[in-house]
Design a protein around this ligand. Sequence first.
Ligand code: GLY
Ligand code: MN
Ligand code: MN
Length: 542
Amino acid sequence: MKKLLLAFLTVMYSCCLLAQLPQPTDYLQPSFHKGRREALRQMMPANSVAIFFAYPERVFSNDVNYRYHANPDLYYFSGYTEPEGVLLVFKEKQTAGSDKPYNEMLYVRKRDPRRETWTGKRLGVTGAQQKLGIDLVLENTAFEKLPIDLKTFDKIIYGGVKDLADNVNSKEDVYDLVRIFKAKAGVADLNDDFAADQAKIAASPYLAGEPYRSRVIHYLQEKAAASAAFRNDPTYQAMLSTKDSAAMAAIFEGINKRQVNHLLFEEFTNQLRQIKTPEEMELLRKAIDISSLAHVEAMKAVRPDMSERELQGVQEFIHKKLGAEDVGYGSIVGAGENGCTLHYEENSATAIGKNMVLMDVGAEYHGYSADVTRTFPANGKYSAEQKQIYDIVYDAQEAVFAICKEGTSFAAIEDTAAAAVARGLMRLGIIKSADEVRKYYPHGCSHFLGLDVHDKGDYDILKENMVITVEPGIYIPPGSACDKKWWSIAVRIEDDVRIDKKKMELLTNLAPRKTQDIEKIMQEKSFVDDLKIALPTPKKAF
Ligand code: GLY
Ligand code: MN
Ligand code: MN
């Protein structure tokens, strides 16, 4: 009877496969993810294990979740994109709990026909074995019975999980999986994130110049204010009672040597993900080409009576038309002074009017995100003031492009961009000295780009096949201490570049950057020009 049922299910399954509609065929292959696991293993110290958890699901409203987004690290090393998964990568072959030796294990959600009717197919154990090619795949309900004693490893390479909260709907959600892991690994306190914090403290421009001890305390105060548990954490308490920077550094040295080790996690994932493989470049190029073409369409479509949201829709339509699943970050469409809010996402102004619109919009294609900004006037012609500010930003970008090659430091990029913006603003009398430049240019110039829009990497020296953004900007809010004629002008130009040994490759070349080229393209027709659609006039019922 059982055999008969199995045969029936197999036939049904094959029929489903036959009936499947066409799907994209350019996903990363299991061989890519396997290669990444192997590269990680090469870096790992003897007798160690690396562990990756899926991101938690997030509620959008009542019983509706936000679209699920895979944890880029888990995806990079496994190809698994569902929630509630755990990947373990071992340095050495293991044998416990399996007939065959294995050096990697993936725990996945089990198949559930009732849930799948609502939310779609799950891979399950068999699907994950076939599709991902990982040595040993088990259901996540079995994670509690992990056949290996984690405490016997010299290093457990773990990076923490962002925004972890208990989702009471499931006993196998990430909160529970991490809880089980911590019990098995003997993690006693909450200090998960201290290693990641170190990198952020080191990189933060806001804390630069303060002695090390006070930088750490300033940084951690925010966390302490938000959480009583954090305030009582023994490591945090020990940090507070340090007398000087040397004592603080000694605490971090201790953290860095811990068995459950975040520093190694950051080091290995940064080193691997910052250099793009040819397969990754192919997907990144698609994300960037799609985004660049969408910017061109927005240039053609924009009109003074258009709303910010409408323009966002034009651009995101092109993303979908060309196959992108989503945007890599919330689309920023800011007219006039709204452009001064660096990550403005409300996009609520109902008309752009005489202003320029700053569009920072990038597509995500098979996990890889573009990050592109163009700024243009809704009426098709830059005013004299708009053009003067625009050209300063353009020149700053050109100055950075000239040094974008292997061996250049991020610090040199930041200095070059800030110096060029400062020179321009001084020339126009908007600032008096270069040290005022941060009033109108308050962000950095470059970040890595990849599976995250602000991608992982060592923000140190550029190497071949890194992909970074170059994005200087000038933002002059109303009321600024300069001539009124500059108020409400906000310009950012953001391009994506691949670093080569002796030069760089401009990946965003499909979207024009020069004012003349943009003005020319704006005269062309857009597919929305003839779109006639409006809500019916409301009847006066009350
Ligand atoms: N779109 C966010 C950024 O430019 O960094
Ligand atoms: Mn950016
Ligand atoms: Mn951007």
